[in-house]
Design a protein around this ligand. Structure first.
Ligand code: PSV
Ligand code: MN
Length: 426
C-alpha cells in the first residue's frame, strides 16, 4: 500500500495550530540564544536512516513469535512498508537488504519501486550464520573463521555474491556480521579463528568496488556464549586496518557489555577515520534489540554528541551508514520503527544544540560543573516541535505515530495482504 500526500496533509490539519504555538515558542527561545534554526532543520532533513529489510515483520524469541498480521511477504512489500514509514517521517530514505532473504527477482522493477518512494539502497548484509538451502558446507562451526577451507571459501563466495547484488541496486557498502565463535572453552583456537577470519575478509575485500565501504560489525556474545571471533571494536578495527582503507568498524549499540562507554568508542574511531556505520537499538541487559531511546535516552544523546563532534571535526572519517537494527517482538514493527526514528532524530537535534565552543572553554578551564550544565541544557530542551517542523517542511506528518493509527494503516495492510503472511528475517 502506498500512502498519498493528501492523506498526510489532511491528517496534519487539526494538529497545525498546536504545533505552530509550540514551534514559535521554541524557535524564539533558541534564536535568542543564538542558534541558527534553519541550519538545524536542514541538517535534520539531510539525516536519513536505513530500515533493515528483515525487521518489517514480527521478530520473536526462541520461545515464540506473535505476528501483527499484514506482514510483507516479499521484497516489494517490504519496500512499500519502508515507503510508508518514510512518507510519514521523512527520515527513512533507505533500505538495507539481507541476502539471501531478499534477493530481487527483477532488479529494474525493484529499483523503480524504491526510487518512486524516494528510497535508496544502503549497505547490503551477508548471511553466513544460517545454512542455506542446497549449500554443500555447513556454518555450524563458523564461516569465515572455520578450520575447513571449503567452508571458508563458500562463505567468501557468498559475500562476493552479495556485493554483486548490491552493485546492481546502487548500494555502496557491504556489512559483515559473523556469528563465528565458540560456546565452550577449548572448542576453538582463538588465534587460528582470528587469522582465518582476517584472511577471509581480505579475500572479500578484493571484491569491494572502489567507491564502496566494507563494514565490520562486532558483538561480544550470542549465538556463541564463550567467545566471539570479532568480539569488540578493537578486533574489528584490527581487521579493518589489515584489509585496507575501504574497510571500517561498524558500531551496533546493542553489541556491548553493560555500561560500556559507547560514546568514547565512537569518538576514538572517528579520530582514527575508521567509523563506517552505525546500528541503532536500545537494551537493558544485552543485545535486547529494543526501540532506540526507550531505555537509555541520555546515553543516546551523549553518543550523538560525539558523532556530531566527529562529523564536524574529523574529515578523515567517511560519511556514516545509519541503520536501525531492532527486533519488534510485541509491538507493531512499523510503529516501533517510527518510535526509534523519532528518538534518534531527537538525540541528534539535541546534540546539534550543544554549544561546542563553550564546552571546549569549560573543558580547558576544568570547569566540570559548567561542562555538565552545557550538555544537560541541550539534553533538557524539548526539541519535538523542531522535529515536527522539519517533517512539515518536507511533506511529512506532524505526528507520524498518530497519523499511522488514525489512518488505520495496519488494518489496511491486513486487508491487502491477509493475516497469515510471514516476513523473512530474524
Ligand atoms: C545479530 O546480532 C544482528 O542483529 C547483527 O546486529 C546484524 O547487524 C544483524 O543481526 C543482521 O545480520
Ligand atoms: Mn547490527
Amino acid at each position: 500500500m502506498i500512502i498519498q500526500k493528501e492523506q498526510i496533509i489532511a491528517n496534519n490539519k487539526e494538529k497545525l495550530n498546536l504545533h505552530k504555538d509550540n514551534f514559535d515558542f521554541l524557535a524564539s527561545k533558541l534564536t535568542k540564544k543564538g542558534y541558527d534554526i534553519e541550519m538545524i532543520i536542514s541538517r535534520l532533513i539531510e539525516f536519513q536512516i536505513a530500515i533493515p529489510s528483515w525487521a518489517l515483520g514480527a521478530g520473536g524469541t526462541r520461545f515464540g513469535r506473535f505476528s501483527f498480521y499484514g506482514e510483507p511477504s516479499n521484497l516489494e512489500e517490504k519496500i512499500e512498508d519502508v515507503g510508508l514509514i518514510h512518507a510519514l517521517t521523512n527520515t527513512a530514505g533507505a533500505v538495507s537488504l539481507h541476502i539471501p532473504w531478499d534477493v530481487p527477482n527483477d532488479y529494474n522493477a525493484i529499483k523503480e519501486l524504491a526510487s518512486s518512494l524516494n528510497i535508496k539502497f544502503d549497505a547490503v548484509n551477508s548471511n553466513t550464520f544460517q545454512d542455506q538451502k542446497d549449500a554443500t558446507e555447513t556454518y555450524k562451526y563458523g564461516s569465515l573463521s572455520n578450520t575447513s577451507q571449503a567452508v571458508r571459501e563458500q562463505a567468501i563466495a557468498h559475500n562476493l555474491d552479495v556485493i554483486n547484488i548490491g552493485n546492481q541496486l546502487g548500494s555502496k557498502a557491504l556489512t559483515v556480521w559473523l556469528a563465528d565463535g565458540s560456546t565452550f572453552p577449548g572448542q576453538n583456537n582463538f588465534q587460528t579463528a582470528f587469522s582465518n577470519t582476517q584472511d577471509s575478509l581480505k579475500e572479500i575485500y578484493k571484491g569491494i568496488p572502489a567507491d564502496w565501504k566494507m563494514l565490520i560489525e562486532y558483538k561480544p556474545y550470542e549465538p556463541n556464549f564463550y567467545s566471539t571471533v570479532i568480539q569488540d571494536w578493537g578486533a574489528s578495527l584490527m581487521l579493518a586496518n589489515e584489509c585496507g582503507e575501504k574497510a571500517f568498524t561498524l558500531v551496533d549499540l546493542g553489541h556491548h557489555l553493560p555500561n560500556s562507554n559507547i560514546e568514547q568508542i565512537v569518538s576514538i574511531l572517528m579520530l582514527k577515520g575508521k567509523l563506517g556505520g552505525f546500528h541503532f537499538n536500545d537494551s537493558k541487559y544485552g543485545d535486547d534489540d529494543l526501540t532506540a531511546g526507550s531505555i537509555k535516552p541520555y546515553a543516546l544523546f551523549l553518543i550523538f554528541n560525539e558523532l556530531v563532534y566527529g562529523m564536524e571535526n574529523n574529515p578523515q572519517n567517511p560519511d556514516l551508514s545509519w541503520m536501525i537494527d531492532a527486533s519488534h517482538n510485541i509491538k507493531d514493527p512499523l510503529e516501533d520503527i517510527i518510535q526509534s526514528l523519532e528518538a534518534i532524530q531527537e538525540a541528534y537535534a539535541k546534540a546539534l544544540l550543544v554549544d561546542q565552543d563553550a564546552l571546549k572553554e569549560a573543558q580547558n578551564n576544568n570547569d566540570i560543573v559548567k561542562c555538565q550544565e552545557i550538555l544537560q541544557d541541550a539534553y533538557r530542551t524539548d526539541v519535538r516541535p523542531l522535529l515536527e517542523k522539519t517533517r512539515l517542511n518536507v511533506g511529512g506528518a506532524i505526528s507520524p505515530i498518530m497519523a499511522y493509527r488514525e489512518l488505520d494503516l495496519r488494518n489496511h495492510l491486513i486487508g491487502e495482504r491477509g493475516k497469515q503472511t510471514i516476513a523473512t528475517g530474524l
